[in-house]
Structure formats: structure tokens, C-alpha cells
Design a protein around this ligand. Sequence first.
Ligand SMILES: Nc1nc2c(c(=O)[nH]1)N[C@H]1C(S)=C(S)[C@@H](COP(=O)(O)O)O[C@H]1N2
Ligand SMILES: [Mo]
Length: 371
Amino acid sequence: MKIFIKKLPLLALILFSILFAAACSKENTNAGVPGPYDGEKILVHGLQEQDFEITLGDLKKLPAITKHAEAERSNGEVVKVDATGPLLDTFLKQYGKTQKDFSRVRFTAKDKYSIAVPADVLAGRQIILSYLNKGQPLEEEMQPVRVVIPGERAMYWVMNMIRMDFETGGDQEPPNKVVFLETAVKSLPRHDYEDLDSVDLAVKISDLIDKYAEPDDSGVSNVFLKASDGLQKNETRANFLSAFIKITGPEAPKFLAPQFPQGMHIRGLLYAIYGRTAIFSYNEAIASLPKLTEEGQEGIAFSQIFKQTGLTGGSKYRFTSADGRSIQLTMNDLGGGGLIFQNEQGALAFTCTGSSGRINVPDLLSVEVLP
Ligand SMILES: Nc1nc2c(c(=O)[nH]1)N[C@H]1C(S)=C(S)[C@@H](COP(=O)(O)O)O[C@H]1N2
Ligand SMILES: [Mo]
């Protein structure tokens, strides 16, 4: 009896080990097990000369891993998974490639959700093309694949994934022009837009770009967007041009489109870079960036525009007002500073004091860096 009691912990340990091993191997046997969605296709673009399709069944034949991962949703809840599937790198190895060979990988879902995983995430993270969660097949609305990137926010975890675009090049050149959203929208058609139980005003991004970006935009394939809370995203040119910017109401300026799932909307948009033109929101900047006060006027420093957008400095700048009038200023004219502010009538303006004394630009529309 005494002996039996003494040995009980050992027995328990052995029993536990057997059960634990069984639990693990159960998960491993489920990896690769055939299922009703194995014929579902995923389109692959940018990996070979021609686009091609693979099936979930093909992915199930690759070595799989299982990883626990947690991520915060936009509403603050935490999503927890034990994701099983091959790594994107395991898939790419068959074609002699790795994640690091690409500037971005865009995943697109059946529900039209899409997101580009940027180079820094590709370089530092494991990307799981998961088809099991906690050892069980995915729910129908997530089939055939849920992308899981442990350590990254849930916006990258594309469920229902049916297309992968492997993109090279098209890296963002620094902008050489800034267009101020608040001035630009004054001359554009406004549309009623229903969002979050309120009807607000929005402009079509295609109207904005037609009127204010460089006429030759044939080279633009990717658009970079940044929100004041730090969110950064890349959008395809087509998605960007098909969308709206909501300019009044909750969360404005907000990038959105009726055909996008909610998760693709961007609230508190600070700027978007299209080609070499940055569309910049003064309202979002004044609400989120350090303020500067000059002679009793509160605004933001001209230098903030450079700091935020990566606009490269030059020796001369062209400041343009809404009526088309413009003025060229040198570094000396600027006196190394300058303030962008909103006057009592709500119009944007620029002011600086340099070697030519005080200079004012009313109704500020844009600033260009001149060669
Ligand atoms: N197919 C698809 N995948 C998606 C989305 C979507 O709308 N469609 N939303 C993304 C975003 S923005 C988040 S926060 C998470 C939400 O995951 P949940 O539905 O488990 O909360 O899924 C991501 N994957
Ligand atoms: Mo989200």
C-alpha cells in the first residue's frame, strides 16, 4: 500500500505523458487529412511568368507547423488561435524563393478583403497558411485558408484567402509635392455618405487625384496611407482610386468605400502618398501632432510636413493658393521655419519670416519642392 502511494506520482506522470502525446499526435494527424474544401483554389500571381492556381489539397501536402498566436481586433477583443498549416516560406521554397525576395505580399479574400504584408513583416515574421485551428478544420466562412502571422495585428490575418500577389519593386519614392486635403476638397463634388449611423460628406478619391496629382501617374501601382494613430497601409492603385475620403463626421478624415469590408477602412487618415504627391490632412495633423505658436497663431510647423511624409528638402519651394496664384520661396525666404495654420474663416494659410521679411500665403493648397 505504502509502495503504491509512493509510486502514484510516477504513474500519474506516465499516464499524463501518454495522454499528452496522444493529444499532440491527434493534432499532427489532422494536419494534411483530406476534407471537403481540398479542391478550393488559390490564385498565385507574381511567382512565375504566368499566374497559376493551387488548391488547399496542394497546401496540405506540404510540411505543416502548429503555433499559438494572439492578436487584438480593432474593437479591442483578443483573437486566439492554434494555427496549423505550412509556412509561406515552405510554399515559396518549391519555387526557389523566400519571403525576403518580395517588397510586399498581398492576400485577397473571397469577401474582397485584402491587405499587403509589407517588407519589414515579411523579413521578420513567420506566415502560416493555416487550414486548422486548435486541430479542427476552419469554419466554413474562413475556408480554404486563414493567414496567421504570430506577433502581428489581426488585420494581417486574412480569412477566406483565395489569392496571393507577390510584388517586387514599386518601392515608395519620397514625395515632392504636398496637397492639403481641406483646401483641395473645397472645389470637389461632395457626396452624402452613410457611415456609423450618420450621414456625412465624402469626396471621391478619383476626383481628388484627377485634379491635384501629377498628370502622368502611369507608374503608380501602390499607394501608401498613414493614420495619426500610427497605422500604415499599402493599397493597390485600383482600390485607392475606387474609394472615398469622408471629410465630416466621426473618424474623419476616413478612407472608405461601400465595396470594402469595414476592416479596410482607415480612420484618422493623416496622409496618402500617390506617386510623388502626398495628400495631407491639416485637421488630422493639428489634432495629433505637436503644435507650434507663432505671433499668437497656433498651427503646425512647416518642418512637420517633411518629418511626417518624407518630403525631401530642396533649395526652393512653390506655394500655391486655391485660386492658382503661387509664389516661389527660397530657404532664406523661409528663415528656416514657417507655420501652417487655419484662419478665422477656416481657410488654411502659410506664414514665415526670413530674409525678405514676413510672407503670407492665403488659402494654401499645395507646396512643391523645386529642383
Ligand atoms: N476575409 C477577411 N479576413 C479578415 C477581415 C475581413 O473583413 N475579411 N478582417 C481583418 C481584420 S481588420 C481583423 S481585425 C480580423 C478580425 O478577425 P475576427 O473576425 O476574428 O474578429 O480579421 C482580418 N481578416
Ligand atoms: Mo481590424
